[in-house]
Every structure is written in C-alpha cells, then in structure tokens.
Design a protein around this ligand. Sequence first.
Ligand code: ARG
Length: 597
Amino acid sequence: MEKLIDRITGEVTKAFTEAGYDARYGKVTLSNRPDLCEYQCNGAMAAAKEYRCAPFQISDRIAEALSGNPMFAAAESVKPGFLNLKVSPEYLAEYLNGMQEEDGRFGCEKTKHPKTIIVDYGGANVAKPLHVGHLRSAIIGESVKRIGRFMGHTMIGDVHLGDWGLQMGLIIVELKARKPELVYFDESYTGEYPAEPPFTISELEEIYPAASKKSKEDEAYKEAAMQATFELQNGRRGYQALLSHILTVSVTDLKRNYESLNVSFELWKGESDAQPYIPDMVQKMKDDGFAYISDGALVVDVKEETDTKEIPPCMILKSDGAALYNTTDLATLVWRMQDYQPDGIIYVVDKRQELYFTQVFRCAKKTGIVKPETELKFLGFGTMNGKDGKPFRTRDGGVMRLEYLVADINREMLTKITENQKTKEDLKLDSEKAEETAKIVALSAIKYGDLSNQAGKDYVFDVDRFTSFEGNTGPYILYTIVRIKSILSKYEAQGKKVSDGKGAILAARTDNEKNLMLAVSRFSAVVENAFEETAPHKLCTYIYELSNAFNVFYHETRILAEEDEELRRSYIGLLSLTKGVLEACIDMLGFSAPERM
Ligand code: ARG
C-alpha cells in the first residue's frame, strides 16, 4: 500500500504541476504545528523565488485547486505561503480499512530492492561472562536486524565472538596450574583428546577472572599466558583441543543468555574463524603495494585529504609479526565478502571504537577486500550509566553481570505485577503465570529503556523509571496492548467476532479518534524511516505516540457499551488494527506482550 504521506504528496504535486509549477515543490511533510493541521507543504515558499511572485499567490492557487478533493477535509493557504492540510476523515477511514489485510504487514510494503546485510553485533567474549556493555549491542543489533527483515531484506546476524585473545592463554595456564595431569598439556601425546570438556561453565567462569587477576600481579604468569596464546595460535594440538572445549562450553552458556534476551544469531563465527584468511590477505596487501613497514610494523595508510583530524595508519601486523584486532576484522571481511557477497555490513559496537572502525573500513575499501559499493556502517552506541551518571555497576562497584541485571529487573517487575494484581479481582494470575508475565514485561522494560534513546547517546539505566507502567516505558506500551486485548476478548465473549471489524472502520467522529487513526496510518512510513536511518528509537517514539493516542481515545469512548452496532464494529476494527501495529513494532524491537498483566 502506498504510504499516506506519498498519496498526499501525489495529490499536492499534481496540483502544482497542473498550475504550471515544477513537481518538486509539491513535497508534503508531517505538520510541525499539529494544533493547526496534520500535514503541510512549504513548496510555495521555495517556488516563489523561481517564479518571481509572492509565495501566497502560489499557495492560494494550490489551495483553490485542492478544494473539493475528497482526500482533504481542509487545504488552506496561510500567509506568507504555507499550505496547511487536513485529511478527510472518510478518506482516512478507507485508508485504515486497506491496512487491515491479513498478511500482518498493515500496509507496509516490502522493499523492491532487497539487499543482503550482515549485522555484526553481540560481540561477546568467550569464557568471560556477558556484562552490561554487551547488552546494548545485543539489544540494538537484534532490533536493526528485525526492522531490516520486516522491510524484506536478507539480514544475517553474526555474533563475532571474541575468541582469539590473551584470555585463551590465561585460561590454559590457569588450568595447567590446577590440573597439570590433563592430557592436553602432554606434548608427546598423539592420540585423540577426550570428548568431555575438563571443566564446567561455572568452573570456566571462575578460572578466567582468577587467571586475569594473577596475570596483573605476576609478570612470569603473564609471560606464560602470552606464550600459551602464541602456541595456541600457532597450532599446538593440545591447546587447540582445549580451545574447542572452551568454545563449546562457553557458547552453550552464551546462547542461553542471549535467548533469555530474545536475541539470536544466524552465524556464530568468531575472531578465530578469520585467522586462516590472514596470511593471503597480508601477502596481497604487500604485493599490491598498500602495506609497508613503518617502525617495524606492517601498516596501510588510510588518511584522506579531506580529513579534519589525524587518522593514523591501519596497523596490520605488529613488529613481532603478530596479528591484531584490526587484522582479524579485516580478515573477517574477507570471508564475509567471499561467502555472502553482502550489500552492506552494519557494526553495532561501542562508539569508543569509532576511529578504529574508520581505519578498518578505509583499509578494506582501499585494498579491495570490500567492493566500493558495499556499504560499511558503524552504528556506535553510548554508555549505559547508573543513576550516579557513571557506567552501570553492581552495588559494590564491580562490573555488573548481565544475568544478575536481568534477574534484578525480573524481581522488581514481579513485585509490581503482584501489586497491580491486587486491584484486579477478575483477572488474577496464578504465581507461575505471574512469574512468566514478569519476565516478559521486564524484558520490555530493559529493551525499551535502551532502544528509546538514540543509539549514539549515553543513557541512565533507571530501574524505577524503566519498570513503571506509566510514561515513556516498555511496560506502558505493553499495558496498552493488554488493555486492547482485554476489550477484544470481552467482545468475543459476547459471542461476536473481532474479524467483524474488518473493513468496518468508519470516519472518525471526534478529534481524538481521528488522532488515533492518523497515528495508525503512519506505520509504514515510520518503519521505512527507522530502517533507512538504522534508528530503532524512531519506532519507540512512534509507539509511544500511538499508545498515547489510543489511551486518550479509550478514556473518552464507550467501546463495548456502544449501542450502535455499526459504530461498535468500527471501534473493534480500529482497536484490532492498533493492536496489530503495536505488536508488529514491539516484535521489531525484540520483545512481546503478555495476555494479561
Ligand atoms: N568483542 C569485542 C568487545 O567485547 C566487540 C566486537 C565488536 N565487533 C567487531 N567486529 N570488532 O569489545
């Protein structure tokens, strides 16, 4: 279905061209003065310069031409030359009836040019527990992926595990100190290694921090860890067998964690998967004359003439020949291009890595790893702070583990829901149901709290605010959906069908009803824009407005008690469409609504 704003632009453009003006002046935008009109066109202001006349002479002519057009209830020319538009309630109702098709798209067309886009997000590090820093990447990346998918693109999420660093050497050294008898440490061993990992996830999670702490206090220990990392990376059999155990145990745990966040990945590739591509890649960079030795290290220049700040060369190999984080990201691009030929790759990473990615992207383009037309996009996110304005921590100041944070919010939500239930004699949830509901609502609190901010900004993780049922929060959105669900099921309990509302939406009778209908009609434009700008927060802003519009309408309208059968069916149609749109949006944000709360 064509977007409402495009249909309006179409009519206005026609009026401009028929009056002899250029079509480009007919562009319509949402009104920035909702008290005066719904849509507006400022084209006459610009056209006046070209046609050398007063702007209102043009806007008057256009308004005149649009009068009587069934799309508009009002088309007014306002000095000095604005065109203020109001959609006709009949036209709007028909538009909404068109949105009700059963395909679950609510009038939003899939793209005509589907792309393949890889989203690099998550970025968990193997054997280290997920912490809140990883939360944002997971939440934002998942939403970006879902929005793209809804638009009809092929979206591939890759977790890009951190599985190739010193942490591996640290774990190996610590394990050796604890269980030296393990066969993995016997260099003369040539047999097969046991299939069972020599540790559990809780042991593994305890081993890493212990080793990390020791390495900071004991130089020799750190040396040993670096040596083990080096041997691992150079193919020592026993260590590689250990690495694959570490991976299996850790990935199982990570999957469980991500699942609890409603986050999933198509690809579970890691930094280690890129290693085999490094030698050829480096050789080619040298052969093509891009890479050269500077201070012993191998580098590629990436600065450009138009730079306003210094962009240092991209380091490919350290002077000891070791590969870096850079090298891995470049080699990852090699296999991504080879295996998936993506049209674009979006990196959802802490914004502090922006300069680093500028270097990587430029280097990849310059050396031909990535085609010139492949779009590499860095979506940097800000820090999640506590109420004190400092990075979110545990009460005793430690790094907050994601699991604990989620558990905290679940508990908080359960308390609120139990409290809320006390006022609802007819809709009591049993305790198991209440816990399940608390989890669903808690996830909305966490995700909406994050996604409603522009990704690049820091934000304060405010548990009290995020879990509130009122205001711009996830639970408020869910509450609205649940409210609609409850009305619809009461309607069905009267022996009627919600599907009777199909095609039954009538012209709005009040401003508040029309407001709701206008909000509903904007769905496709909002999703498209959120995709184009890689901006999930735009979906949040939209569903907050839509929920507000619904709740205002709800408070002034007797829906089930409406006696006029036709009007009641119209309300049911509008409610079920509103619910559909809200649910489609929260699904793109990566959470869902319970039946009751
Ligand atoms: N593992 C990294 C970290 O914890 C994030 C990875 C980001 N993605 C990438 N392609 N470098 O900081």
